[in-house]
Design a protein around this ligand. Sequence first.
Ligand code: ATP
Length: 321
Amino acid sequence: MNKMNRIAVLTSGGDSPGMNAALRAVARTCMFNDKECIGVMRGYEGLIDGDFIPLDHQAVGGIIHKGGTILRTARSERFRTPEGREEAIARMKDAGIDGLVVIGGDGSFHGAKALHDLGFPTIGIPGTIDNDITGTDETIGFDTAVNTALEAIMKLRDTASSHQRLFVVEVMGRNAGFLALEVAVATGAEYAVVPELPLSIGNLVKILKNSYSLHKTHTLIVLAEGVMSAAEMREQLADAGGYDARVTVLGYIQRGGHPTSFYVVLANMMGAFAADNLKIGNSGMIVGNINHKLVLSPLERAWSEHKSLSPEMLSLINKMN
Ligand code: ATP
């Protein structure tokens, strides 16, 4: 009999739209393979507490399009300690769990790698709106967050145009500019301020002057939270060019909502791929989607290799503003 009889799945770090579709796919694939699936509540916190629920056919019914995660998510300080991780492995062994799928961001993958290094079979699925994981072109949730920001900015644009205003919109993304850049291109923004490129306020002011000379009805700057706050940006624009910018922080709405269709499909594919690969003995890997092909790469790639912004997309902003 295959040793991988019972597989657990957890969601960890910040939630992202599509996590439910991914965990459902893990559970349904286990059932298809005649294996059991166990859900771990509250990420690594629940793992240490043995907070497990059976994920049978019904438990994952009706969740494919729901935002958030039915397993909830948490950040766990206890899991960062060797004692916490040993406790987690003991709880899983007590429950007869043979392998684990971790859906989360790079922090969660550090945890997954620690379990793998302790000999516990573990595979990661990238679930974060930040898209900052090397080893995959897209992380689950990214596209949905872009679309949420796009919708909000289209509404802001209506009022910006009516008053010929300059708007600064701060988007999430932690220390990466993937979300800001994609949102800037998708909204036709005049400028994207991202952590990956040094900000020249002088250059920005030049672009704004040009925008005003073209009699544009509104001007939009998309700012990544990892650079500075929208309020700070507002002050810098006032000091450098006397601009009176209106600022909007999109905040947590970017994490919510139902996933876009592309990402429901991607989450399904990644979830099934993770469960199938655990079954055949793969561990210490993350599932990725590269050039529309599912691949596995070592967990540590997620943080040891830098993922760069697309130069083509960066140059688009300059061409289109
Ligand atoms: P997001 O990108 O959405 O914030 P994330 O997975 O990067 O998601 P983190 O808060 O960084 O979110 O990590 C989630 C959890 O993973 C932490 O609370 C902790 O329990 C665990 N973790 C993070 N780093 C480590 C580490 N070096 N060793 C063990 N566990 C870790």
